[in-house]
Design a protein around this ligand. Structure first.
Ligand SMILES: C[S@@+](CC[C@H](N)C(=O)[O-])C[C@H]1O[C@@H](n2cnc3c(N)ncnc32)[C@H](O)[C@@H]1O
Length: 271
């Protein structure tokens, strides 16, 4: 697997938001970036992936910048699945909850955790309008007509199914994803683009070791979804392979519906 042209989203995020290594910027500089850079008409959305670990200003993701169809279909979410994922806006958690047995999402930004919890409460209370529009109202995250997220959740029956399963969603703070991964508890993992997030695990060896640990703790069928797959994960460690058909599905969905056109990878245990 090599980086390809589809990885526009990752490159764009990196260029705009990645702080130069070793430089600690004053918060005022970050606040220049921290404007939830949006372009109308389905182009650039909130992009602030590049922050030092101790910089944690607020909610950065009012909505996902990924295709929810890519995540749900790439992971082949099934009623037997217990899924662990990265929280962010919570959109991916809600989407996976439609068909999964249970979903646990974690975030090391407590503001995102509170935000996603607030949205879950709105959905639980049946306040669909607020659930869909909280990001726009509270944090200025605009939602355009082309936004996959609103269209996604507006499919007939979808929010009702998610709401019916809301008791099986857990949203929590965790310093790192792996801390929550009790062996055998989960069947699938959604990593989003945490590999490479503000320099987290920049080298191939560290990433491979991280993926190996995640895979080792998953029960069958053991799928791992990596949003920035093409750039973050260029080779598989022993015992792990690219689930080519699922990766192809996820990439096709991203190309069609994703806002930043990520190039995801889905990994599984080697046959
Ligand atoms: C990886 S970012 C990317 C957002 C994503 N592209 C989307 O559309 O939602 C999602 C969240 O992951 C959190 N995060 C980053 N690295 C993490 C880690 N190692 N463990 C837990 N959460 C992490 C960030 O705080 C952020 O809220």
């Amino acid at each position: 697997m090599t980086p390809d042209d589809d990885e526009f989203g990752f490159i764009l995020e990196s260029m705009i938001t990645m702080p130069l290594k070793g430089i600690v910027y004053p918060p005022s500089i970050y606040s220049l970036f921290n404007k939830n850079s949006y372009k109308e008409n389905n182009s650039i959305v909130s992009i602030l992936d590049g922050q030092p670990a101790d910089y944690n200003p607020a909610v950065k993701y009012g909505h996902t910048n990924e295709s929810l169809d890519a995540v749900v279909n790439g992971l082949e979410v099934q009623p037997s699945d217990d899924i662990i994922g990265v929280c962010g806006s919570g959109d991916q958690a809600f989407a996976m909850l439609e068909n999964a047995k249970s979903v646990v999402v974690v975030d090391n930004n407590e503001y995102q955790v509170d935000y996603a919890k607030e949205r879950a409460s709105m959905l639980k209370a049946g306040d669909i309008e607020s659930f869909l529009n909280l990001g726009a109202k509270k944090y200025g995250n605009k939602i355009t007509d082309g936004n996959d997220v609103r269209l996604y959740f507006s499919q007939p029956g979808r929010l009702e199914r998610i709401r019916a399963n809301i008791g099986n969603l857990e949203i929590k703070y965790a310093k790192d994803f792996l801390d929550e991964m009790k062996e055998g508890r989960f069947s699938k993992a959604y990593l989003s683009n945490i590999l490479g997030y503000y320099g987290f695990m920049e080298n191939k060896e560290e990433r491979e070791a991280y993926i190996e640990k995640i895979m080792a703790r998953l029960r069958e069928p053991g799928l791992v979804y990596i949003t920035n797959g093409a750039t973050a994960f260029v080779s598989c460690p022993p015992g792990i392979e690219n689930a080519d058909e699922l990766t192809a599905i996820a990439r096709a969905e991203e190309k069609e519906k994703g806002l930043l056109k990520w190039s995801p990878a889905v990994l599984r245990r080697a046959a």
